[in-house]
Design a protein around this ligand. Structure first.
Ligand code: SF4
Ligand code: SF4
Ligand code: FES
Length: 238
């Protein structure tokens, strides 16, 4: 395995050639904000929160799906990047219906955490106030499409870790939304095993356990990490 040498924020680091910039940065202790990235499932570069600047390349590139290369000079924290990240978070708040004070994930939400990290104390864009539904047909779980940010973590964890592929995407543009099976009520899904991995993978209050009240939804990423490590690194922990 070839080792590549590059700089991140002026700090010289080494990384395996198959590593992404995000992995290399994390190993070097450099924080890059992420939202659609979830440890243990494939990256899709959907949210663009992890955009970084690379010397000699005009475009900003997502760190989670960009591989390291020899001599790269990467900047993860310029004024421009901070402005873009804040705008992305503002767009997510304006595009959906996020009223944190009445959300089941209040205090346990990655979108909320990022808004705080970006210093986003108000939304300067026009709220879209879309009409979206809530599906409570499943015995144990529910989905509130008002809180969904289309990160597809549920889709990937259900497909790649559970192997059920219950979730998928439907629609285009502002009509995009997640669906279960053939766009039917979740409770009627033939493929859902009720494992709850999607609920634990969701960064917001979109997927939640029934019976959890405002501020009670805790996302247990440990279960997903345990399964990922157990399968890929054969670390069964009996
Ligand atoms: S999902 Fe997160 S950002 Fe959205 S309303 Fe709930 S706590 Fe707020
Ligand atoms: S339901 Fe949650 S995990 Fe699935 S796409 Fe929406 S925000 Fe992401
Ligand atoms: S974390 Fe990289 S694009 Fe979402």
């Amino acid at each position: 395995m070839t080792v590549k040498t590059l700089t991140i924020n002026g700090q010289m680091i080494s990384a395996r050639e198959d590593e992404t910039l995000l992995e290399a940065a994390q190993e070097a202790g450099v924080h890059i904000p992420t939202l659609c990235h979830l440890e243990g499932v494939g990256d899709v570069g959907a949210c663009r929160l992890c955009l970084v600047e690379i010397a000699g390349i005009n475009k900003l590139l997502p760190a989670c799906v960009t591989k390291v290369a020899e001599g790269m000079e990467v900047n993860t924290n310029s004024d421009r990047l901070q402005k873009y990240r804040r705008t992305i978070i503002e767009m997510l708040f304006a595009e959906g219906n996020h009223i944190c004070s009445v959300c089941v994930a209040n205090g346990n939400c990655e979108l909320q955490d990022l808004a705080i990290e970006m210093g986003m104390d108000h939304v300067s864009l026009e709220y879209q106030n879309p009409k979206r539904s809530v599906d409570t047909s499943h015995d144990r779980f529910a989905i509130d499409h008002n809180r969904c940010i289309l990160c597809t973590r549920c889709v990937r964890v259900c497909d790649e870790i559970e192997g059920a592929h219950t979730w998928d995407m439907a629609g285009r543009g502002s009509k995009s939304h997640v669906i279960t099976d053939l766009s039917q009520p979740w409770g009627t899904s033939q493929t859902c095993t009720s494992c709850g991995k999607c609920v634990n993978a969701c960064p917001t209050g979109a997927l939640f356990n029934k019976g959890a009240s405002v501020g009670e939804m805790v996302h247990d990423r440990g279960k997903i990490n345990f399964l990922f490590n157990a399968r890929t690194k054969k670390e069964w922990n009996f």
